[in-house]
Design a protein around this ligand. Structure first.
Ligand SMILES: [Fe+2]
Ligand SMILES: [Fe+2]
Length: 471
């Protein structure tokens, strides 16, 4: 399925044949570009960036690579091709043909799911807007911008669904996507993790490791949807998401390696005097980002989540590979429960525990990368392990919101939390130190001192390639 680039909005959804929809999206397009210029990457409109652009949604060769100015990136609407005779895989409509139009009775729920997902996309661009000024290398600068333009495209993907399927309400929601802003006290983004600042590159790599992985799991659950346009949209977004997580995982890995190198060289855990980020600080950043991302999955007990599943709107991760009845009306799961000064467990119905299921899949996936970091640390002969904090640590949503816990999951008093929280979370001093390392390196092939070079360049290009041209 090739993409039509002759249109003002590249697409593979036959936009040319739907003049009303095309006109509505053409009206939204200048507002989008204005948003990109106002709150997208700072002072970058002249940069020519070596970017990939989707040219086809087929698995082989969907991307074209070349230098271009970001405001000229061809943001468009790409859905994976429809699967013939696809059926709803779960919930009370299991076995029925998928919907190509929004079922009237589920309109509110579907719109809410799409708006919540859509809102995170421009939020991340806003959160990352200043990072270009302090890139550790041209290679990294290019990766940042690639992620940014693709998050912009993800917004297009959700806005298309709103415009195509939700009439006037949808158009209003699409406008509001550009009116809320990350961290804006009056009109913040919907989810809290998307209002945090991301103004150093360690935070950026953590963001693309954890927040983008939350994105992967949300998109994967929506890709199971009985509403086929949503499913097909999310399937294509997932191909882009994979690169974002690569940026995160390889970024953290390169920081860890550089730190280990410095630890060996100076025979000390304290690599700060040598311009490295000590493993203790890296652990604190992991603790912070992981815990705020667990909140993104919502409460462990959620009627909304149960409804989304039963209605066939949002499935589980890899729903069709799970061996059960995919209806789950009789199924039960074990969930944690705060009992006095410790955490016990209890049994509850599986349907309202959908958020917890997705969160646990996310946790397992997050651990896999940590295992790779730890393997690298061991290869330097060092006896340190990076870990994910307990789900009870630093939480604002769900079962653990009213308690305090250590990263090991031991419940502690408010007082102890207040005195010790910066043993576990980045303190203002930690942030200040990390920020002090953020000096731009823009000579091709050169790397900042706190990060090791990547294994290879992008798309077969050497590491010292001119990934970004300044004018
Ligand atoms: Fe995204
Ligand atoms: Fe992403």
């Amino acid at each position: 399925m090739n993409i039509d680039y002759n249109e003002t909005i590249p697409n593979n959804v036959g936009l040319a044949d739907d003049r009303r929809l095309l006109r509505a999206l053409e009206r939204w397009q200048p507002a989008y570009l204005q948003w990109w210029n106002d709150v997208g990457p700072v002072e970058t409109s002249d940069f020519e960036v070596y970017l990939r652009t989707a040219i086809s949604v087929d698995a082989n060769g969907w991307a074209h690579y070349g230098h271009l100015r970001m405001p000229e990136y061809r943001w468009g609407i790409f859905l994976t091709p429809p699967e013939e005779n696809r059926q709803i895989a779960f919930g009370q409509h299991k076995g029925e043909p998928v919907w190509n139009d929004v079922p009237g009775e589920y309109r509110t729920e579907l719109r809410r799911l799409i708006v919540t997902q859509g809102d995170t996309e421009p939020a991340s661009v806003e959160q990352q807007r200043d990072l270009g000024r302090t890139c550790p290398s041209l290679y990294d600068l290019r990766n940042l911008f690639q992620v940014n333009v693709e998050e912009g495209r993800h917004l297009w993907a959700m806005v298309y669904l709103l415009h195509a399927h939700f009439g006037r309400d949808g158009r209003e929601e699409a406008d509001e996507m550009l009116e809320r802003h990350a961290g804006d006290p009056d009109k913040p983004r919907i989810l809290e993790a998307f209002n945090e600042s991301t103004d150093d590159w360690l935070s950026f790599f953590m963001f693309t490791y954890f927040q983008d992985r939350d994105g992967k799991f949300q998109l994967a659950a929506l890709a199971e949807s009985g509403f086929d346009p949503l499913s097909r949209t999310c399937r294509f977004m997932l191909t882009e998401e994979a690169h974002h997580m690569f940026v995160g995982e390889s970024g953290i890995m390169r920081v860890v390696k550089r730190t280990c190198e410095l630890m060996r060289e100076h025979d000390s855990e304290d690599v700060r005097p040598h311009g490295g980020i000590d493993l203790g600080t890296i652990q604190k950043f992991i603790n912070f980002h992981y815990s705020i991302c667990l909140d993104l999955f919502g409460s462990e007990r959620s009627t909304n989540a149960a409804n989304y599943y039963s209605m066939g709107l949002k499935g589980r991760y890899q729903e069709t590979k799970i061996d059960d009845d995919h209806v789950l009306t009789d199924a039960h799961v074990i969930v944690p429960r705060v009992e006095g000064d410790h955490i016990a467990t209890e049994e509850m119905a599986a349907l309202p525990a959908m958020n917890l299921k997705l969160r646990e899949d996310f946790a397992m996936d997050s651990q896999r990368g940590l295992n790779r970091f730890n393997k690298a640390i061991r290869e330097y002969g060092l006896d340190v392990e990076l870990t994910l904090p307990d789900p009870a640590f630093n939480r604002n949503i769900g079962i653990f919101r009213d308690i305090n816990a250590t990263p090991e999951g031991r419940l502690i008093s408010d007082d102890e939390w207040q005195t010790r929280k910066y043993d576990w979370l980045p303190s203002p001093d930690d942030y200040a130190f990390v920020r002090s390392l953020m000096v731009p390196v823009i000579e091709p092939g050169k790397m900042a001192g706190w990060i090791s070079p990547p294994k290879r360049g992008i798309h077969g290009k050497p590491i010292d390639y001119d990934y970004v041209l300044f004018h």
